[in-house]
Design a protein around this ligand. Sequence first.
Ligand SMILES: Nc1nc2c(ncn2[C@@H]2O[C@H](COP(=O)(O)OP(=O)(O)OP(=O)(O)O)[C@@H](O)[C@H]2O)c(=O)[nH]1
Ligand SMILES: [Mg+2]
Length: 357
Amino acid sequence: MPLMLYLIGAPRAGKTAVFDALTNTPQGPHCFVKGAHRLGTVKVPDVRLEGLRDLFQPKKFTPAEVTFVDVALPPPTAGQGNSFSQLNAFLGDADAFAIVVQAFGEMDYQGQTPDPAKQLESLLLELIVADMEKVEKRIEKIDQELKRGIKGNEAERVVLARCKEQLDAGKALRDLEFSAEDEKRISSFRFLTQRRALVIANVGEGGLDGKGLDPLRAAAAAHQLEVLVFCAPLEAEIATLDAEAQASFLKDYGIAEPARVRLVQAAYRLLELISFFTVGPDEVRAWTIRRGTLAPQAAGKVHSDIERGFIRAETVAWEPLLRLKSHAACREQALLRLEGKQYIVQDGDVIDFRFNA
Ligand SMILES: Nc1nc2c(ncn2[C@@H]2O[C@H](COP(=O)(O)OP(=O)(O)OP(=O)(O)O)[C@@H](O)[C@H]2O)c(=O)[nH]1
Ligand SMILES: [Mg+2]
């Protein structure tokens, strides 16, 4: 299963426009439809990997990917927001949320000028209320059972009471620390506010300098959320250009790099993902793992046989390899390491696995 980042936000905030900009390529849009959702897989730009490609000149080049999802939520009843059961049904599979707020200064669906900070606050509140519903229902059930003498769920009730307190204070559950046991006790609820999130300020072309976004930044900071400034139509246009045309377009606009590069990288970071690389004349490739993954499990990403027969991981960091230009040169300088089963793979490791077939 690819890791999925769901684009959510108020109606007409520009979720679909952001999705289109992210999934556009010079060859056309790259996405497919699944139920009510549109899924688009986006390559994660990575200069380290591009450097390795240029060094090894492989036949095949395979960057890491993240999947964005454009959710088609049914329209909310006027002013009521989405019903919470609907939110759970539509957002349940999300690994993280990219919250799109309308900052391009046009009138919203109710004919009002958009207020990005308010949009963010009300969306975060919807997620909090959705979790609160579940927490309260479950606490009520446990209490009823206790009255009838059914015991065994007291520890769960204690965690849920902590959750309730947090949600009552208008805060997300992701900001609470849970012990591993407590984490297990609540994992089946799949609380929405436990997912990580970032904020996309969808600005107009005049808003690229990010001026006027201070209230939004303050609101986001209060919830420990990162804000990325994004101009959907501009990014969509950039994404359809080939490399050369793109460079001159960016220069005309005085932009250092497309915002989608930063957005995709931020999404990858948000999911606590890191990459290790495999290199050779056939393929230079990034593999996605969670931070803290041991070498044999990382090997299992490449092939289950390699995990099973794992002997060691010949490892060198990407930087010395690029600088010294060959494994042999790295070995001479003692920069090539032989790592065993307990090795925790680091971001940017270039690994050659040795294994018993
Ligand atoms: N001027 C301007 N218009 C935009 C921008 N982004 C989106 N729009 C327009 O705003 C309207 C809504 O954008 P969508 O991307 O459909 O918004 P959405 O959040 O997907 O909307 P729903 O799926 O209907 O909730 C469309 O008419 C877009 O063309 C932008 O950055 N600038
Ligand atoms: Mg849409």
